[in-house]
Design a protein around this ligand. Structure first.
Ligand SMILES: NCc1[nH]cc(CCC(=O)O)c1CC(=O)O
Length: 314
């Protein structure tokens, strides 16, 4: 094992996107590995990789092609050996990894909740009739439209700073962000409040950081095993199996959250029509080690209640 540890002469290359949040997450993985193996910072090299998704500002991501847009270039670098590990926001990850790669290392999960962000109003409930809310998340738009069909929705993309500027300019009265991202960047003061998961069920894997590697790279597997958070792994297995069974295309608003109590797991899930006119939700409990089966079963339960046109385009 010892001879496999990275050194300043042969550093472990950590691939990441260049956004402030992505960089923070890559540094966090480095910090965890440094602590676990008493390694110096120089035993790691952070490699920033440009991804298609970051360059698209003028159209919504689902028009442009969805989740893979943030990962393709990074996974290509991993397969080609240009980097040794890739750090991801698990919320943005497709449920299947390319042949030759594996994602089975998760850091302890952050706050899973969405944040309500507004200069003028304290909560969804406080928004006046017809208020304008900015969001490009299909899930958040559908969930909001379901409880407040009177509100107006506008597309809202870009980083936190861009979105805050839009709020200041009055483009919208409120928006949503993940608490996890705000907490990590030390910007939780921007949130008027965290929205409880009973009110807005988060996206599958929200708040979780995952580390991807080459399947045959056993030395790196041993490194990552030391920083893996088992509880987060169990929860994400259930949530991602649920998403996979629903064929988590970006066209369908889907939310899912697993909670652990001892070795029992409870998974809540919901699917919505994009216009919020209908929501189908349920939950399932069972042994935590059976998370994948629970996820698949819950997805089946929701699908069996969905009319034939539920997933039709709107
Ligand atoms: N889709 C972008 C994205 N991917 C992960 C996070 C937040 C951090 C996380 O959930 O781990 C965000 C921003 C947001 O939704 O506000």
């Amino acid at each position: 094992m010892t001879q496999d540890l990275p050194t300043p002469a042969r550093p472990l290359k950590i691939g990441t996107r260049g956004s402030p949040l992505a960089l923070w997450q890559a540094h966090e993985v480095r910090r965890s590995l440094m602590l676990a193996f008493t390694l110096p910072e120089a035993a790691f090299e952070i490699v920033v990789i440009k991804v298609t998704g970051d360059q698209i500002q003028d159209k919504s991501l689902r028009e442009a092609g969805g989740k893979g847009l943030f990962t393709r270039e990074i996974e290509e670098a991993l397969l080609a050996g240009g980097i040794d590990i890739a750090v991801h926001s698990m919320k943005d990850m497709p449920v299947l990894q390319p042949e030759g790669l594996i994602l089975d290392c998760y850091l302890p999960r952050e706050d899973v909740r969405d944040a309500f962000v507004s200069h003028r109003y304290a909560s969804i409930r406080d928004l006046p009739q017809g208020a304008v809310v900015g969001s490009s998340s299909l899930r958040r738009r559908a969930q909001l439209a379901h409880v407040r069909p009177d509100l107006q929705l506008v597309e809202f993309r870009g980083n936190v700073q861009t979105r805050m500027k839009k709020l200041e300019e009055g483009v919208a009265d409120a928006t949503f962000l993940a608490m996890a991202g705000l907490n990590r960047l030390g910007m939780s003061a921007l949130a008027r409040g965290a929205i409880e998961t009973e009110e807005m069920l988060p996206a599958v894997a929200q708040g979780a950081i995952g580390v991807e590697r080459r399947l045959e790279d056993t030395a790196t597997a041993a490194l990552l095993a030391a920083i893996h958070d088992r509880d987060t792994g169990l929860r994400l297995s259930a949530e991602r199996a649920f998403l996979a069974r629903l064929d988590g295309s970006c066209q369908t608003p889907i939310a899912g959250l697993a909670l652990l109590e001892g070795d029992r797991l409870t998974l809540r899930g919901e699917i919505l029509r994009p216009d919020g006119s209908e929501v189908i939700r349920d939950q399932i409990s069972g042994p935590a080690i059976a998370g994948e089966a629970l996820g698949q079963k819950l997805a089946g339960m929701l699908l069996s209640r969905a009319a034939a046109d539920f997933f039709a385009q709107h």
